[in-house]
Write a protein that binds this ligand. Structure first.
Ligand code: NAP
Length: 340
């Protein structure tokens, strides 16, 4: 008898949808039951992505919610923001569990959502029910959630690096985050800036002060530490295929020793399989293809200034891997099932 849980991936032709398929084809408790995009006609998934040839016979088809709900239990929404919130109410009415990778259910403050995403929120009722899916911080809420707001990629790297230090009340006033994202962070759509000749061997900063992940970082840190930070967040795009690297400049409000910072991180992350605390600063390639978040820091001799760096694979710990980690928790399975 097949006891596997049936999952649908909506947005299966995008970067995160493709990664969800890859991870879940190797997940022992999962059967992928439905793949959808805006394709006008059903198409074998391996024709879209030849690397899946002989790994799956599934078709990707035009999204049909009636069909999807008949044969799937858990829905992964790898969709652009606004598209997710147009289908979540119907899925929840049909008692389906949802893991939404878009930003639609991450920020509770709808004024901030409107300000940063330039559109009104259409599903305020379910927004209240959504649980922010960062297991290292709120695993207990994830267990019983019907809808998970899967975290953004930059926020995952930044929040995981800052949360323990902020919770302990160590951070003095301003925090500067210089974060770099691979080109896949922007999705698969064609954009002139991301053509090979523009992006290869290139790097640039964008949207300082106004990036849409700013309110997510602030809201989640505030909610989980009861503390505000004065954040300067400067994202960059870099000509690599995968990864997020965040370099964070912090001043502490007292002198502190390296061993004290180490023990603070260990206190909060001792049971977290996917956090790796390093003695030194992380390197991007070490996390590519994994669900790990590597964190390291260097303290100045004065004991008050500190640089913390964190690194993740944007499509895995920053998206599809975290989504599967959340599913594992919701189902009561080992958190790392299919992810190590
Ligand atoms: N990329 C990352 O590193 C990353 C990390 C964390 C979170 N996210 C978030 O995850 C979501 C997906 O990101 P992505 O990078 O995978 O995007 P993407 O590569 O642009 O893929 C978007 C997917 O959504 C489908 N789609 C678009 N509009 C649709 C509609 N109206 N109805 C049905 N399907 C529709 C597309 O289908 P077609 O191919 O038919 O257009 C495609 O399959 C976004 O909200 C993004 O912000 C992305």
């Amino acid at each position: 008898m097949n006891n596997k849980i049936k999952v649908a991936v909506l947005g299966a032709t995008g970067f995160t949808g493709e990664m969800l398929v890859e991870i879940q084809l190797n997940h022992p408790n999962v059967e992928i039951s439905y793949l959808a995009s805006r394709t006008p006609n059903p198409v074998p998934y391996h024709e879209l992505f030849p690397r899946f040839y002989k790994k799956t016979d599934l078709y990707c088809e035009n999204l049909n919610l009636d069909k999807a709900v008949k044969n799937s239990d858990i829905f992964f929404l790898s969709l652009p923001h606004t598209v997710s919130m147009s289908i979540v109410p119907e899925l929840l009415n049909k008692k389906k569990k949802i893991i939404d990778l878009s930003a639609d259910y991450r920020i509770k403050n709808i004024k901030e959502y409107k300000k940063y995403y330039k559109t009104f929120h259409k599903d305020k009722i379910n927004l209240k029910k959504a649980v922010y899916g960062l297991p290292e911080i709120n695993k207990d809420l994830i267990r019983d959630a019907d809808i998970i707001a899967n975290p953004g990629c930059y926020p995952t790297a930044v929040i995981l690096a800052l949360f323990p230090l902020l919770k302990e009340g160590l951070i003095k006033d301003k925090v500067i985050v210089d974060a770099k994202s691979a080109i896949t962070g922007a999705g698969r759509k064609a954009v002139i800036d991301y053509h090979y000749s523009n992006i290869s061997d290139n790097l640039w900063a964008y949207k300082p002060f106004i990036h849409q992940h700013t309110p997510e970082i602030l809201e989640i840190l505030k909610k989980n530490t009861s503390k505000n930070i004065d954040l300067i967040f400067v994202p960059h795009v870099v000509g690599v295929d995968a990864g997020i690297y965040s370099t964070i400049y912090i001043s502490f409000n007292k002198k502190i020793l390296k061993k004290e910072i180490n023990s603070i991180y260990k206190k909060y992350y001792k049971n977290c399989t996917f956090i790796r605390l390093l003695d030194g600063l992380p390197k991007l390639k070490d996390v590519i293809g994994t669900n790990f978040c590597d964190i390291g820091f260097v303290l100045n001799n004065n004991g008050e200034d500190c640089v913390v760096a964190s690194s993740i694979d944007n499509l895995i710990k920053g998206a599809a891997g975290a989504a599967v980690q959340n599913m594992n928790i919701m189902k009561g399975w080992p958190e790392s099932l299919g992810l190590l």
